[in-house]
Design a binder for this molecule. Structure first.
Ligand code: HPA
Length: 281
């Protein structure tokens, strides 16, 4: 893979050519089975990842591979339908860097990610949502390993308030108003692609985790490095392995995501509507 910075510059040029004079303030990343959010974008310009140098094309079912530029409630957004996971190996970290830093270079100041998770709380089953208040990085990988790129940020990044407190408060208030089942909790990130063992799930519960998933944390770290504000909404698609009777599968994740989909769309819509009226955008 060529240097990530050269790839970022090429991605930005491709995007600006496809959609001139467009400056998004919010980047959205959609998780497994949550792609329908992108269909809500007005006046869309859609770019296939194959045209974006270094954007990794995942073969995973439930993940399309497109960037959508357009307006959500009048707010200029760039939406990534399809993400890169660490478990894909190879150039996954470079691809993650290129994606997040391209959003930054386009003008975004905020990143809202969505993802599918297994719940560690039996009282919150499929269809519920969780806003991430903090994470535990059990991938034991960090996308900032290696030489630091000072153009984007400092080498040593604080993860204090990594999931922005004001944005979390806003999401929780909106969910209450809209009667959307949203709780606040700690996301445990695993490398995957296996689901967890029953013993791992018991350990994560003891460590203070509320949900477990295979994404999001690398994006959060990269976003905080380049000073994007971050918020993240999890769609609970299943109970963690061994907490219910289900044998976990990707097909089950997609089925569970459908249960949460409407809640996710309504919450993102309401959130973006408020952003349009705030100092953030
Ligand atoms: N574990 C990890 N990732 C997931 C799960 C899970 O139970 N459900 C959806 N994504």
């Amino acid at each position: 893979m060529p240097s990530t910075n050269a790839a970022i510059k090429r991605c930005v040029a491709t995007i600006k050519e496809a959609r001139p004079n467009f400056t998004p303030c919010l980047g959205l990343i959609l998780g497994s089975g949550l792609g329908a959010v992108a269909q809500q974008i007005d006046q869309p310009t859609i770019i296939d990842y194959r045209e974006l140098d270094g954007f990794y094309v995942s073969s995973l079912e439930g993940h399309s591979k497109q960037m959508h530029l357009g307006l959500l409630h009048g707010v200029p957004v760039v939406c990534l339908e399809g993400r890169t996971h660490l478990y894909e190996g190879g150039h996954a970290i470079d691809s993650l860097k290129i994606m997040i830093r391209t959003l930054k270079m386009l003008g975004c100041n905020m990143l809202l990610t969505t993802n599918a998770v297994g719940s560690l709380r039996t009282e919150y089953g499929p269809g519920n949502l969780m806003v991430i208040e903090d994470h535990i990085n059990f991938t034991f990988q960090n996308p900032l390993m290696g030489p630091n790129d000072h153009e984007f940020g400092d080498k040593f990044v604080s993860l204090d308030n990594a999931y922005d407190r004001d944005l979390r408060t806003k999401l929780l208030a909106l969910a209450r108003k809209l009667d959307i089942p949203l709780f606040s909790g700690v996301y445990v990130a695993t490398l995957g692609p296996t689901f967890e063992s029953h013993a791992e799930i018991r350990a994560f519960k003891m460590l203070g985790g509320d949900a477990v998933g295979m994404s999001t944390v690398p994006e959060t770290i990269l976003a905080r490095h380049c000073d994007l504000k971050v918020a993240s909404i999890c769609a609970i698609t299943n109970l963690g392995a061994g907490l219910g009777t289900e044998i976990l599968s990707h097909a089950g994740t997609l089925r569970g995501a459908k249960l949460a989909m409407n809640h996710v769309i309504r919450l993102i819509f309401a959130f973006v509507e408020e952003l349009g009226e705030s100092r953030y955008c």
